[in-house]
Ligand binder design. Structure first.
Ligand code: MN
Length: 515
């Protein structure tokens, strides 16, 4: 009989550690709800001790999202474990995830403790966490550079102390498949009480081997795989969730002893949502979810696919929900049709929220004859980021062109005050940003700028995501419009609003240790 593989998603924890990806609590909640729809088994949603904002985000998810196990990360310290428990305790299925290094290099230089002390710390932490809940996961940070004998002793001891899941992370992305498979097999064979816990793996992609390492670990005894949407995570990222679950399915002839319960047709939507909210574009050649993943370009390939898709296509877009029926809406579409389409896309709005959304929809439908579901999604994603508006855009006029002096007039509203400013710049966008800086008094540095056409055609919605840096903070701003200057200004304002809301939030960064 085939064995179930638990899919543990860490997009909201390890993924959130990707540079510039920092999500606010509304965005985290939205992704967590979508992960529950995708039917992942475990959602790791943050590090509650790291900041009040992260604590609140984890707590909100634990209270609202039902179905998957909800877990949060804690170092092997009482304060971390207390914070993690406080944040997740309202979930029907809470799990505390404790991490502690096990490699000589980490113990000597980072922890500055001898291995026996570290082992004792791990056991004490598990016992301490066990008073709160039965489900305890223990991660041996930097496992792939640890000594096998020592690891086996740690694993045996933490299972005796009450750990129910033992995670073997390739924290630095150092492992190669044959070796990593052998490591898991050795652990399965040598740890006497290993049958009392689930063995998990957490692979990083520094050598491009995270998915391969995860799959071979599964074949050698791992029954939980930690992975992230779009492979987003620290450095080169983590094993990509969509690649693992698609590989298991497409190569079921090879992986027939295992199965997962992921709802395949939610993959595309989840991938797009994460990319859009994090402001990190999906590479066009990315396996499974990249824009080119299902495009055949070479003449010989096109010829073959037209005769029989199986000639050059092993996965089809429908499998992952990629070509969901597109219902086209227009300015004549009534509230009911728009509401229905939003529901189909998985959004639920209150009456007031919908009215506000419908106004934005009509504005868009006036400029753009046909509104596709992708457009609706882009508007919804923008709406979420606008929940914390301080300054809103009232009016924008720009002058550009090859012979003119680029200039912009910007009118912003804050509470009941309206501010107007005119500025010049290197281009119309620079001029508009200068005008906004003049009004708000901020001068954030623009670190990254991305423009994406949401749908096809010259009147398509442009979605701009930018990264701003101010006061050692990195913030992602997003905006959409059929006018790319307006979309860029909305993105800039969105980022500024987030900065304004965040100021005063005591976010001192994250714990040094990461599994
Ligand atoms: Mn990691």
């Amino acid at each position: 009989m085939a064995e179930k593989i638990m899919i543990f998603d860490s997009t909201l924890r390890d993924g959130d550690q990707a540079p510039g990806a920092k999500l606010n609590s509304e965005e985290k909640l939205k992704i967590a709800k979508q992960l529950a729809k995708l039917n992942v088994d475990v959602i790791e949603c943050g590090i509650p001790i790291s900041s009040p904002g992260d604590f609140k985000a984890v707590q909100q998810i634990a209270r609202v999202v039902k179905g998957p196990v909800i877990t949060a990360l804690a170092r092997a310290m009482k304060a971390d474990i207390d914070a993690a428990w406080e944040a997740i305790k309202d979930s029907p299925r809470p799990r505390i995830h404790i991490i502690l290094s096990s490699s000589p290099i980490h113990m000597q230089y980072q922890l500055r403790k001898n291995p026996e002390i570290v082992l004792k710390m791990g056991v004490e932490a598990v016992k301490y966490a066990k008073q709160y809940t039965a489900d305890i996961q223990y991660s041996l940070v930097d496992a792939t550079r640890s000594e096998l004998d020592y690891m086996c002793r740690v694993i045996e001891a933490v299972i005796n102390a009450g750990a129910t899941v033992v995670n073997i992370p390739d924290t630095v992305g150092f492992a190669v498949p044959e070796q990593f498979g052998g490591l898991i097999r050795n652990i399965m064979n040598r740890v006497p009480n290993i049958d009392k816990a689930t063995v998990s793996v957490h692979c990083h992609n520094d050598l491009g081997l995270a998915v391969a390492n995860s799959l071979i670990a599964m074949q050698n005894g791992a029954r939980q795989i930690e992975c992230n949407i779009n492979g987003i995570g620290e450095r080169a990222g983590n094993a990509a969730l969509e690649e693992i679950v698609v590989a298991m399915l497409i190569r079921n002839d090879f992986f027939q002893k295992y199965y997962h319960e992921i709802k395949m047709d939610e993959i595309y939507k989840t991938s797009r949502l994460v990319s859009s909210l994090m402001g990190i574009p999906i590479p066009v050649n990315k396996a499974v979810v990249g824009a080119n993943a299902f495009v055949h370009s070479a003449g010989v390939h096109q010829d073959g696919v037209l005769k029989n898709t199986a000639t050059y296509e092993i996965i089809n877009a429908e499998l992952i929900g990629g070509k969901a029926a597109q219902m086209v809406l227009t300015a004549h579409s009534g509230r009911h049709a728009v509401y229905h389409q939003l529901q189909e896309l998985g959004f639920s709005l209150t009456e007031d929220e919908f009215e506000e959304f419908y106004t934005r929809f009509l504005e868009l439908a006036d400029k753009k004859k046909e509104v596709f579901s992708d457009d609706l999604e882009a508007l919804m994603n923008e709406k979420i980021t606008y929940t914390e508006t301080v300054y809103s855009l009232e009016y924008l006029q720009t002058v550009g062109g090859s012979k003119s002096i680029p200039a912009a007039i910007v009118k912003l509203r804050k509470d009941n005050e309206v501010y107007v400013e005119m500025q010049t710049g290197a281009g119309p966008l620079d001029a508009a940003y200068n005008a906004i800086d003049k009004i708000t008094g901020f001068q954030p540095r623009l670190e990254n700028y991305n423009l994406r056409g949401v749908t096809e055609g010259r009147d398509a919605l442009g979605e701009v995501s930018i990264t701003l840096r101010y006061d050692n903070r990195t913030i992602v701003g997003r905006g959409t419009s059929t006018d790319i200057i307006e979309a860029s200004v909305r993105a800039y304002l969105n980022g500024l609003n987030k900065l304004l809301v965040l100021r005063g939030d005591n976010d001192n960064g994250r714990p040094d240790e990461k599994s």
